[in-house]
Design a protein around this ligand. Structure first.
Ligand code: GLP
Length: 242
């Protein structure tokens, strides 16, 4: 595990964007898995800048959404597909059929999960994953628990996560209580994993993540500590308790 502490959010974003661009330059057909949330927005802005400066070409690359709230379609303003389109897809040159995610509208959610895992397999697995981290240590929507699911699955969201994510909705009642999320297996099998964290509200979980000499399903992000190519990029605020 490699830890990079940057002076601020901007430097964190630049560093993460550079690593993604490096991946696509080296392997133009890479399958990327890019996270939602407030943390990666700066990274996507940097990616757009680099694309506009002809530093990267996404025409052969593929990109997936790792999770989605159940019942939200691609047009929903709080949906994760909409988020990626708003912050990245509309500005760069991914081919539309190279963008995918779990179908959160399918009433048969097991089928949707199976199809998503199959598509990842067909594409040859994930090459680079960019993750954020929840304040409770969740990754994508794999929440702290006694056991974690290996495959893509439906997930009940914790009250804390619903509260954290309510800031994106008009009211807390509008936040979906369930999501579909990629499982631990696909996350762990990604060839490269980058996690970014910024701001003081992530400092407690970053301290916990780095101080532990153990891994635990109660802190899903800790599993990545044994991934062979895991880079954690955090700004000074998130690093302030180290
Ligand atoms: C959600 C997403 C995660 C994300 C997390 C943290 O729960 N499913 O992928 O990492 O929020 O979001 P933020 O970056 O806004 O703190």
């Amino acid at each position: 595990m490699k830890v990079i502490i940057t002076k601020d959010d901007h430097e964190m974003s630049v560093k993460a964007a550079e690593m993604i661009v490096e991946q696509v330059k080296q392997y133009p057909q890479s399958l990327l898995a890019l996270s939602t949330g407030s943390t990666p927005i700066g990274t996507y802005q940097e990616l757009v800048k680099l694309y506009q400066a002809n530093q990267v070409d996404f025409s052969k690359a593929k990109c997936l959404n790792m999770d989605e709230y159940l019942g939200l379609n691609h047009q929903h303003l709080q949906g994760y597909y909409y988020f990626m389109n708003k912050h990245l897809y509309q500005y760069v040159n991914f081919q539309e059929n190279n963008l995918f995610g779990p179908d959160a509208m399918n009433e048969n959610i097991e089928e949707s999960a199976r199809e998503f895992d199959e598509r990842i397999q067909q594409e040859g697995g994930i090459d680079l994953i960019l993750l954020g981290i929840g304040r409770d240590g969740h990754i994508a929507f794999n929440m702290p628990d006694e056991k974690l699911q290996l495959k893509t699955h439906a997930q009940k969201l914790s009250d804390a996560t619903i509260q954290d994510n309510a800031r994106f909705f008009n009211s807390i009642e509008e936040v979906p209580t369930h999501a579909i999320t990629i499982g631990i297996n696909q996350l762990f099998n990604s060839k490269k994993v980058i996690m970014i964290a910024n701001g003081e509200n992530k400092s407690e979980i970053i301290r916990e993540l780095l101080k532990l000499d153990t891994i635990s399903t109660k802190l899903p992000a800790s599993l990545l500590k044994i991934h062979p190519d895991f880079t954690l990029i955090i700004d000074q605020e998130a690093a302030k308790l180290l």
